[in-house]
Write a protein that binds this ligand. Sequence first.
Ligand SMILES: [Zn+2]
Length: 163
Amino acid sequence: MSTLPLPYRVGYGEDAHRLAPGRPLILGGVPVPHAEHGAVAHSDGDAALHALADALLSGLALGDIGQYFPDTAAEWAGLDSRVILARALDLVRERGYVPLNVALVVTLDRPKLGPLRSEIARTLAELLGLAPAEVGVSFKTSEGLAPQHVQTRVTVLLGRTDG
Ligand SMILES: [Zn+2]
């Protein structure tokens, strides 16, 4: 078994939330305008940031965000998910890695997210210290299979800062 730290590590995360009327829909730190329903969640329900934070943690085998932000803890109710992402990023940086590029897939039937692609990429890039061109953002629909859900999947490539 090698004891040398790997120069690169890949991380993967996913998340899903049920959607209900009268709640805000936030994806990648960007409020989605004209959403008729939003995520039912303990925090602000940003499924893109939750999957991204889990991807960062998984790349270094650090578990998942539920361990750091239990959804039973009253102090995390209504939490801005950028706090969750910042914590995951800190843990990654403390171990000598930084994200190099990210691929996000959002599955949502309504509304269409295409017009928000560059804003979401720009926001995620800013939060991660990357250029927008290093953040891929893809949108899918469930083809009516899960119209009351938002689902996200994220892969991230981590690189050693001393490499
Ligand atoms: Zn979530």
